[in-house]
Design a binder for this molecule. Structure first.
Ligand SMILES: NC(=O)C1=CN([C@@H]2O[C@H](COP(=O)(O)OP(=O)(O)OC[C@H]3O[C@@H](n4cnc5c(N)ncnc54)[C@H](O)[C@@H]3O)[C@@H](O)[C@H]2O)C=CC1
Ligand SMILES: O=P(O)(O)OC[C@H]1O[C@](O)(CO)[C@@H](O)[C@@H]1O
Length: 381
């Protein structure tokens, strides 16, 4: 049986990428640090992926097992040497931490076989696989790096499926939205995986996805949180003012995307509407706190809020509503989110302009910073 080693047996790992590989006839070895999940994967060897619909249709995901990256290094290295794909859905910030183990796995593999291995990071981050490759290469000597050529391939990808926090402590089953899209950038002819779309150039796909789905989702989360921190995304969208604000924000990212990639304006408008309809799925019961998680990452220069504002400004387009979204992210003070705590401490200590400089790479005197501060002061009242 063909093998995939997938780092991160969480929501996207089990509910999306692992499920597609299993359905394509692969055995999926999940690598994680969550002991309970690993034990259950090895004990039950299967789980259900349930759709967030009226009917709650479900699919059984079989041929799965788990390994612990904290204490099963030798087993993971062996599994990497036998795999066709090596994938991750672990969070962009964790990639540097798993790179040393992946490097050991690749070094061992290329000594044992010339079979091709395809590495794909499935994270909400532009060029996540390039970043992972960079981290891995830092742990390899020149000779091993050279021996990866024509044997180990790194492909960037975009992943889109809403998988909320699961309300089923102790179960491997995952509730997911029916929609999914997994786009992988390559010119190679690679082994088929059901549900994987291959493209030669990822930029239009990942930017369209990140600056529509993720910009929209994060904006609803932050605006909803400001209204009531206990809301879910669909409840936030019961407020017409939030719907209108999000449409304006996506109008700004849309204008940039249409100009940058020559998208058809009507088609893009339909894409926006389809996405807002996905956000309204009440079965997902998706909290604004989950969707707003990790605000420091989301306020990063290349992420869903700041990059489209910077690009819109460069293109001579409006960015005022994106500035409002950035301001709402700066007000995310959820006390159970480590990055939110850090963000609020930074704002208290240094003030908003210094934080925007340090976290978002925005000059303290830039027009975008000024606009964000105006919104921030208004919204804080
Ligand atoms: N949940 C969603 O709707 C979507 C998430 N994504 C992206 O997918 C990635 C994963 O997100 P989720 O699955 O939601 O997160 P998650 O928190 O459910 O899963 C992450 C998993 O990684 C594991 N992990 C953490 N550190 C580890 C380490 N050092 N070694 C091995 N395993 C480790 C955790 O134990 C957890 O099981 C993120 O980059 C996210 O942005 C992308 C599209 C949709
Ligand atoms: O860790 P992040 O970037 O919030 O990733 C999860 C996000 O990705 C999305 O699935 C969109 O693809 C949203 O559900 C969710 O907000």
């Amino acid at each position: 049986m063909k093998q995939v080693v997938h780092f991160g047996a969480g929501n996207i790992g089990r509910g999306f990428i692992g499920a597609l590989f299993s359905q394509s006839g692969y055995h999926v070895t999940f690598v994680d640090i969550a002991e309970k999940i690993i034990d259950q994967l090895n004990e039950k060897k299967q789980y259900q992926v349930k759709l967030a619909t009226d009917q709650q249709e479900s699919v059984t995901v079989e041929n799965v097992s788990g390994l612990n990256s904290l204490n099963q290094e030798a087993e993971i290295i062996k599994a990497i040497s036998e795999a066709t794909y090596l994938t991750t859905a672990i969070g962009p910030n964790i990639l540097p931490h798993i790179a040393p183990l992946m490097a050991k796995g690749l070094a061992s593999r290329v000594k044992r076989t010339d079979e091709k291995l395809y590495v794909i990071a499935c994270e909400n981050q532009i060029s996540a696989t390039d970043l992972l490759e960079g981290y891995i290469l830092q742990h390899l000597d020149q000779e091993t790096k050279a021996s990866l050529a024509d044997k180990v391939y790194f492909f960037n990808s975009a992943v889109d499926r809403i998988v909320p926090l699961q309300n089923n402590e102790g179960s491997l089953d995952v509730l997911v939205e029916p929609y999914y899209e997994w786009v992988v950038e390559t010119n190679e002819s690679i082994p088929a995986v059901e549900g994987m779309t291959i493209v030669k150039e990822l930029a239009p796909f990942i930017e369209r996805k990140l600056f529509t789905v993720n910009t929209g989702h994060a904006s609803i989360a932050y605006l909803g949180y400001l209204k009531d921190s206990k809301l879910t995304i669909d409840q936030s969208l019961e407020d017409e003012a939030i719907v209108e604000q999000v449409k304006k924000i996506l109008g700004e990212t849309g204008a940039y995307l249409i100009k940058q990639y020559g998208l058809d304006a009507d088609e893009h408008q339909r894409y926006i509407e389809k996405i807002i309809a996905r956000f309204k799925n009440a079965y997902l019961n998706d909290s604004v706190n989950r969707v707003g998680r990790s605000p420091l990452r989301k306020l990063g220069p290349n992420d869903r809020l700041v990059r489209p504002a910077v690009e819109a400004k460069k293109a001579g387009l409006t960015y005022s509503n994106l500035a409002k979204a950035i301001a709402s992210a700066l007000l995310f003070d959820f006390p159970e989110d480590e990055e939110a705590i850090k963000l609020q401490a930074m704002i208290k200590e240094k003030g908003v302009p210094a934080v925007l400089k340090e976290v978002s790479g925005l000059d303290e005197n830039s027009e975008i910073t000024k606009e964000v501060i105006t919104h921030y002061n208004e919204m804080k009242k």
